[in-house]
Each structure stands twice: as C-alpha cells, then as structure tokens.
Design a protein around this ligand. Structure first.
Ligand code: G3P
Length: 223
C-alpha cells in the first residue's frame, strides 16, 4: 500500500520524505490556502512540492464548471510530470474527467462519499478515487465500509483505478485500509507520526540502552 501525505506544508513534506515514509502528496484548496498564509503563491507552493517528491502530487482545480476545470487542469499538468489533477465528483467533474482522460492527464477524483460515485469516476477514466472516510465518520457512518464496497466493485470488474483512502483521522483508518487492500492512503503528518510509535518499542529501546551502558558507560560501541 502506498502512503501519501495529506498536506501542502513543505516542511512536513520534506521531513516525512526524509524519513522515507511517503510515496506521494495530496493537497486541496483548504490545505493550499493554509500554506499560502506564508505569502507564497499557489504556483510556488505547487512547484516546490512537485520538486521535493518523486511520487504523484495531487493538485486540485478551483472551479465547478467543466470548461474552466479543463483549463485549470492543463495549467496544473504543466507544472510538473508528477502532477495529478484533483477533480470533484460532480456532473461537471465527470465531464472534465472524460476530457482529461482523452488528453492522457492523470486525475484523482475527490470528494467521493459512496461506492457508485467511485465507479462512475473510474468509468470516466480517473487514475485515483478519493473516498473521504473521516468525514463520513464525522456524521456517524462507518467511512471504511465504503472502501470495502469499492474494493469489491473494482475487483468484480477488474478496474485499475486506484482506491486512495482520504480524510484519514487516525492509525486505525490506515490499518483497515491495508487490510481491505486499498491502493493508497493519504495521511496528515500528525497521523503519520502516530503510525511509527508504540510505547513497548520505546520501553524496549530504553531498556537496551540502559543495559548497554552497564558495560559501556559512555554508550559507545567499541568496534
Ligand atoms: O485532502 C483530501 C482529504 O484527505 C481531506 O480530508 O476531512 O481531513 O479535510 P479532511
């Protein structure tokens, strides 16, 4: 399973990338607007992210009309060869996905909240579909259940569109995504860091270090 980081914060991206923890990046207008508070332009932020990671970087259009989405997608596509264009799961978005597929531009269909939306996006050529599991949990549904359903549908019809689990709120979302067999999970940095830790790991390492210092007071390894 690929792990993307869900942020436009270049410092978080660099740190996670240096740890070898991420295979790509997803952004959205909210995340970009947070990053622009540092006075950087959209294209500066996007270009910096595209240069920082080798993997796919999702950049979202900010129009709801197909003709404008297509124009914005072409400009975003030209920012870098690893740019993936985020298009919302709407009728105008479906029309846009079809056009971008004909232009061989990779699309991540976003704001997906049920399995049939995912199927329609895949039929219109999306490379990725992004079901927002956390926002479904937020309204008392089991967001991960639609991941299961999408996986079944995509398997039934041998659909190659990748399931990109989004709106992740905790490590259990990542675990369940991996058990279900999602292709990608996109995770905020604070959740990524939670994936790596366990109190028993910390406890065990501390005990190893303490025991070693009993025979090597300065903690060195005399090789
Ligand atoms: O970036 C897409 C998605 O992961 C955002 O989800 O619910 O954290 O805003 P959310």
């Amino acid at each position: 399973m690929k792990i993307f980081i869900d942020t436009a914060n270049i410092d978080e991206i660099r740190e996670a990338n240096d740890y070898g923890l991420i295979d790509g990046v997803t952004t959205n207008p909210t995340l970009i607007s947070k990053a622009q508070k540092n006075g950087k332009s959209f294209s500066d932020i996007a270009s910096e992210i595209l240069r920082t990671v080798n993997g796919p970087v999702s950049l979202e259009v900010v129009s709801e009309k197909s003709d404008e989405m297509v124009q914005q997608a072409l400009k975003l596509h030209n920012l870098g060869s690893n740019a993936v264009i985020k298009i919302p799961m709407t009728l105008e978005g479906l029309k846009t996905m079809k056009i971008l597929k004909e232009k061989s531009i990779s699309v991540n269909t976003t704001l997906v909240f049920n399995p049939v939306q995912a199927l329609l996006a895949a039929k219109n050529g999306a490379s990725y579909v992004s079901p927002f599991v956390g926002r479904l949990d937020d309204i008392g549904e089991d967001g991960m259940s639609i991941i299961n359903q999408i996986k079944t549908i995509f398997t039934n019809y041998n659909i190659s569109t990748e399931i990109l689990v989004a709106s992740v709120r905790n490590p259990v979302h990542v675990l369940r995504a991996a058990i279900i067999g999602a292709d990608v999970v996109t995770v905020p940095f604070d959740v990524i860091k939670k994936l790596t830790t366990h109190p028993k790991t910390d406890e065990g390492l501390s005990r190893f270090m303490d025991d070693w210092k009993k025979v090597s007071p300065d903690g060195s390894l005399p090789l």
